[in-house]
Structures are given as structure tokens and as C-alpha cells.
Write a protein that binds this ligand. Structure first.
Ligand SMILES: Nc1ncnc2c1ncn2[C@@H]1O[C@H](COP(=O)(O)OP(=O)(O)OP(=O)(O)O)[C@@H](O)[C@H]1O
Ligand SMILES: [Mg+2]
Length: 300
């Protein structure tokens, strides 16, 4: 299976190189865990390399999402929308089950042959749009089967149960149907800035089975740390831009073709927005390395 880079720094190596193309990934987490951020940076990454992006929103209006995305540091999102490479499907408010039954197939037909990344954020209300469990399974299964025909899908699931408990009724069906499941959580309610994530499943790939700390950072989205490299206290201040510059000189000749001017601009902007305060306990060298891994500029 072909792997695509997830757009989430530090995630690819935990999933054996990235997300398998044309699969479904469920991202589970309680409110504020970072699901939408995860999903938007997944789309951003595809757009940067010429793929298309479809954002199916059930909760927030596209206008609001775009506003929040810009605040989170993805400041040229509107260029992609104007170009037509990124589209929003505002499925909030309407009978979502009707949309799936009556309009989805036509939508998929229109997008046939495209190489898209698709986000369904959040998927949870789709389950609520029908009454019976067998209908829930049918509708979610149909939605996921159809959307994967046109690309690689991320759907987000709201976690309403006790923190860390994945046996909730709303989670079982989509978790079962998804190829990959990622769980984002707060380590504790007392310190919401401490978050960690775990890969619950990843079909046809070796994957990490540990909890890994992550941060949500303006300009970068989620940054996931290798668990064994985590420290308890914030790091000493270092010059991140200088670190990037040095790292860029070490890119092997065979990878240099991947450093197009637009990718270089994107990486430089990301690192410019990073502050030591943002990265906290994460390892700056590791972060720089994961940014280069994401853009296939180094192997590990
Ligand atoms: N500009 C920013 N810089 C750094 N972190 C931010 C910024 N904006 C938002 N965040 C963090 O991201 C979190 C929200 O992430 P996100 O919207 O992705 O969560 P979510 O899981 O989708 O939540 P919900 O279930 O409510 O939709 C905020 O709680 C905040 O901690
Ligand atoms: Mg959200």
C-alpha cells in the first residue's frame, strides 16, 4: 500500500512511514483535544503537494473554520479555496442522512479520478442522524466506503465518555469500520496543556503502541514527541531558525529534489512561528527532524 505523509509532525514514523492511501482514519478525542487541528493540517499537507482537499463539516460553518485555521497559523488557506483545490461541504443543519442517501454518490462521481484528502469533522452526528444501531452502521459504512473512493479520509469522533474510555456507543461502530484509529487525550483535567496520543490500530502497518506526548502549536498544528525522548521540564532556549538552517545543509543529495521553493517557504514559515514556549518539554532537534521527515527530506 502507498503511504502518504500525514501532515502531523512526528506521526509518520509511529505509523510505519505515514497513512496508507485510500484508507479511513478515525481521530478520537474530547473537546479541545486537537481533532480539527489534526484534520486541517492533514489537508494542508496534501494541498502543498498538489492534491485536493474536501472538508465536510457538520458542526461549524466553513467561515468559522477558516477563521480559526488562519488564527492557528495556516494563513494562506484562502489561496487554495480561491484556486478551487480546497472545497467545503457544509452538511450542518440539513438532514445529514438525506444528504448521504441522495447526494453523496453524485458528489463522489464528480470527484472521480481526483487525488483528494477528505475530512469529515465530526463524524459523530452522522450516527445520531438515524435511530437504530443497524442503520447507524449502514449509514457510516456507506459514507466511508463512498468517500474512500476519491481519496484518503480522516473522520473525527467526539469522546463523551469518561476520559480515555473508548467503549462508548458512539465510538464502537466507526472504530470498527476505520482502518486506523488515533486517540488524542488530555493526561489529566487539572493540566489540560499536557496531552498525549496513542495509535489504537493501523491496518497493514507496524505501529507504535505507546502513549506519546503532543503539543498544539501555531503554524505547526500537532507536534508529537517520541515517548522515550520526553522530558518533564521545559527545554533550554535555542535558536530554532539556526537549527533549521543547519539541518537543511545536511539534506542528502538524493532528497534535494523534494525541497521546492514553496516547500522551503512553508517549512521556514512553520519554524519562524515556533517558540520555545510553544514547544515546552518537546525536544527541538527532534521537532526539526520530524519536519524534514514530513517533507521527505531525510529518511528517519
Ligand atoms: N493559536 C493557537 N495556538 C496554539 N494552540 C491553539 C491555538 N488555537 C487553538 N489552540 C489549541 O487547540 C485546541 C483546540 O483544538 P481543536 O479545535 O483542534 O480541538 P477539537 O478536538 O477539534 O475540539 P472540538 O471537539 O471542540 O471541536 C484549543 O483548546 C487550544 O488549546
Ligand atoms: Mg473540532
Amino acid at each position: 500500500m502507498k503511504k502518504i505523509k500525514s501532515g502531523v509532525y512526528g506521526l509518520n514514523r509511529l505509523m510505519d512511514g505515514g497513512i496508507n492511501q485510500n484508507t479511513i482514519t478515525a481521530v478520537i478525542g474530547s473537546s479541545g483535544a486537537g481533532k480539527t487541528t489534526f484534520a486541517t493540517y492533514f489537508l494542508k499537507r496534501g494541498l502543498e503537494q498538489g492534491e485536493d482537499a474536501i472538508f465536510i463539516t457538520l458542526d461549524e460553518e466553513p467561515k468559522q473554520i477558516i477563521k480559526e485555521v488562519i488564527q492557528m497559523g495556516w494563513d494562506n488557506i484562502e489561496d487554495y479555496i480561491d484556486d478551487g483545490a480546497m472545497v467545503f461541504v457544509d452538511a450542518g443543519g440539513k438532514q445529514f442522512s438525506d444528504f448521504i442517501k441522495n447526494e453523496l454518490s453524485g458528489f463522489v462521481e464528480d470527484w472521480k479520478g481526483y487525488n483528494a484528502r477528505i475530512v469529515i469533522d465530526p463524524l459523530t452526528p452522522v450516527l445520531w442522524s438515524v435511530t437504530h444501531r443497524y442503520e447507524q452502521r449502514d449509514i457510516v459504512s456507506f459514507l466511508l466506503r463512498e468517500t474512500r473512493k476519491i481519496g484518503t479520509v480522516i473522520c473525527t469522533l467526539e469522546e463523551h465518555s469518561v476520559m480515555g474510555d473508548l467503549s462508548g456507543q458512539d465510538l464502537i461502530i466507526p472504530m470498527y469500520l476505520a482502518d486506523n484509529v488515533v486517540h488524542l487525550r488530555y493526561k489529566s483535567h487539572e493540566s489540560p496543556e499536557h496531552r498525549d496520543m496513542k495509535i489504537i490500530k493501523c491496518r497493514s502497518s507496524r505501529h507504535s503502541s505507546f502513549w506519546h506526548p503532543y503539543k498544539i502549536v501555531k503554524g505547526s498544528g500537532l507536534i508529537i514527541q517520541e515517548a522515550s525522548l520526553a522530558e518533564d521540564t521545559p527545554r533550554q532556549v535555542v535558536d530554532l531558525s539556526a537549527k533549521l538552517e543547519k539541518a537543511l545543509t545536511l539534506i542528502p543529495a538524493s532528497k534535494k529534489k523534494n525541497l521546492s521553493p514553496s516547500i522551503l517557504r512553508s517549512i521556514t514559515r512553520t519554524v519562524d512561528m515556533l517558540s520555545m514556549e510553544d514547544i515546552g518539554v518537546l525536544d527541538p532537534d527532534y521537532i526539526i527532524m520530524q519536519i524534514l521527515v514530513e517533507y521527505d527530506l531525510i529518511d528517519k
